[in-house]
Design a binder for this molecule. Structure first.
Ligand SMILES: [Zn+2]
Length: 295
């Protein structure tokens, strides 16, 4: 599932491509039926909070998109491509799709860390985007959007105050590895950042929230913003420090981008112990080092 870094990245790209312009919207396979509310209106801006996107079309109409586990965007320049796949929605700039295509180079990704983003073209060259497989794609009112924002915890990418989240954790008997995935605690943190923030803080995922030291929570919060912002630029999430990687110089090798995420059975970069995996911890696979994160 895309995490906050990816969602904020789409918001920035789509705002650069479409905000301030009249935007065409359709659902050519009948999978989006509110086209008439949005098509031909000016897009005022694109918001991101946690894993939610909001395309503000004015007049109390905000297109809410949550990608969920399967959802993804495809982008391109030039004429709209033929309709294919389970296409939920398309958004395009009527003038830009009359121009010839240029090579954008953005690649579809199956696992974010494999896409270092270096081939991405400037967002201004995007003429159209397609959306497939989202968990939600519906038109919200301003009130609905505000209700959503109130429900979500602080977002490390929005400069929010973390105190609300710290207070919730301090009262909770749930394991910190579960709390980090709850979007009403922190918004935008997903499975990769959960695993890696816990590792970097040398914190066991199984410790009850109430007994996690305040300085550990502060470290995780303070690192979440910069790490997620770095992953927003190039989609590739790198959480290892150079001093801990076998190759300390040069570009980061794919297999050295993470401490524990998807490294089960491999030796911890720091202590050499085999990284562990547990399935279905807060619904997703959990990875951790039993020695570095013993407490
Ligand atoms: Zn270790």
């Amino acid at each position: 599932m895309p995490e906050g870094n990816e969602i904020h990245r789409w918001a920035a790209r789509h705002a650069a491509a479409f905000a301030g312009k009249t935007v065409r919207v359709d659902g050519p396979q009948g999978r989006f039926t509110d086209t008439a509310l949005l098509d031909g209106r000016k897009l005022l801006g694109v918001k991101a909070v946690g894993k939610h996107l909001g395309y503000d079309f004015g007049r109390d109409r905000i297109l809410h998109i949550h990608l969920g586990l399967q959802g993804d965007f495809t982008e391109g320049s030039g004429p709209l491509p033929a309709v294919k796949g389970a296409l939920r929605l398309r958004m395009w700039n009527a003038a830009a799709v009359k121009k010839p295509a240029v090579e954008l180079g953005s690649r579809k990704h199956s696992w974010y860390s494999e896409d270092d983003g270096t081939a991405n073209s400037p967002a201004e060259q995007i003429a159209w985007v397609e959306l497939r497989g989202p968990m939600d794609c519906t038109v919200y009112s301003q009130q609905m959007w505000e209700t959503l924002e109130r429900r979500l915890g602080p977002d490390p990418l929005n400069g929010d105050d973390p105190e609300r989240a710290f207070a919730k954790i301090a009262k909770s008997r749930k394991p910190i590895g579960v709390l980090l995935m709850e979007q009403d605690v922190f918004a935008g943190i997903g499975n990769i950042y959960r695993a890696e923030l816990l590792y970097r803080a040398r914190q066991s995922p199984f410790t009850q929230g109430a007994t996690v030291p305040r300085k550990v929570l502060e470290k995780m919060w303070n690192e979440a913003g910069p790490l997620m912002r770095a992953g927003m630029v190039d989609r590739r999430i790198v959480t290892t420090l150079a001093k801990d990687r076998p190759h300390k110089k040069g570009s980061v090798l794919k297999e050295e981008t993470h401490y524990v995420y998807r490294r089960n059975g491999k030796p911890c970069w720091v202590c050499g112990t085999k990284v562990m995996k547990m399935e279905g911890f807060a619904g997703r696979n959990l990875f951790w080092c039993p020695v570095c994160q013993a407490v």
